[in-house]
Design a protein around this ligand. Sequence first.
Ligand code: AMP
Length: 419
Amino acid sequence: MPFSTLGLSDPLLRAIADAGYTTPSPIQSQAIPAVLDGHDVLAAAQTGTGKTAGFTLPILHRLSQKAYSSNRPVRVLILTPTRELAAQIGESVSKYGAHLHPRLKSEVVFGGVKINPQMMRLRGGVDILVATPGRLLDLVNQNAVKLDQVETLILDEADRMLDMGFIRDIRKIIALLPRKRQNLLFSATFSEDIRKLTTGLLVNPVKIEVAPRNTAAELVEQVAYLVNKANKTELLCHLIKENRWQQVLVFTTTKHGANRLTEKLNKVDIKAAAIHGNKSQGARTSALAGFKANEIRVLVATDVAARGIDINLLPHVVNFELPRAPEDYVHRIGRTGRAGEEGQAISLVSHDEYNFLRLVEKLIGKEIKREQIAGFEASAVAPPMPAEPPRRPRPSRNSNQLRRPGGSQSGNKPKAKSA
Ligand code: AMP
């Protein structure tokens, strides 16, 4: 899909061409039409996905379509955690808005530098203000800027802003904005605090989710154990016991599968708990707490449930089943090997999943070594499986990530997040 189909004006398309972009990244093809239509947006996306252009282009389009008053009140406010990010966003706004007539005015303000020059620059009014929260409040308190005409609020890297203790400042800023406005929130992770923030903030948001960059795929040791489907549980128990794994995150593709596996593990005295969408928040929280405290050895999770949980630095992640959407594999193994720590991602692959394995390899751009464990070798052909009761099919969930120009791009449609 070319950029020209997204509804952006010609001056913006020219700026996109100047930047050398040929195809919108997945987040751009989803966010741009949603923002243009005036929707609130909740996007799970990291740096590197093209998210900045994803929100900058449509807000420039919207602003440039409306006449502005001569005193130029702030109409778009972009909050971001650090001065580096603020500066980068400011550059993007200038770059993508280069061909607009009349030009929109934007400013970038952040703490750690003198406030006076910033106050001076805000005097003539600006259409778009990019700010870190603390400095913005200082400027408001000094009457250097008013926020009562803001039409669109963007919280970029919301999780980092909360990690940095900006929540109170953010809430104070929100209280200064008109009640009726458009809100866009971008965050790489979704902790409880982010959820709380989004609840009062976003109205019927369009939800967008794209995979992180593939860096995890490069850092993590990955191996596929080829095994007959019927022997997977036994192989998992064997691996846990033999290797004395104390903290393992295991992924299944279905909630039902997660429950069944958890029961089987508990039966052989491997303490396990499941987290998935059918579990209450309380059950999920206590499973997670038990896992973090090393009271639960195996946490069995579905992809969507795992997305919102905050655990870092896991030594072992096991794909009990390969995900049906290869991007989920990248999400899953991103749970291990973080921050340069050693991590291992193990996939138990049965005959019916060989194709999924190839799709994963295509996505991550490398081969995953295939091994067999003595006593659990896969037979040459798939043995017949005992009949299982029919299960309700789960809609497939796809997400994507930015490819640089020249890279291939799959056109998977996203699905709203639901845990
Ligand atoms: P971001 O995730 O917004 O930090 O963007 C990551 C990088 O991707 C930046 O260097 C952008 O210039 C670049 N970029 C953004 N959109 C595209 C696109 N559609 N095609 C190629 N590169 C892009």
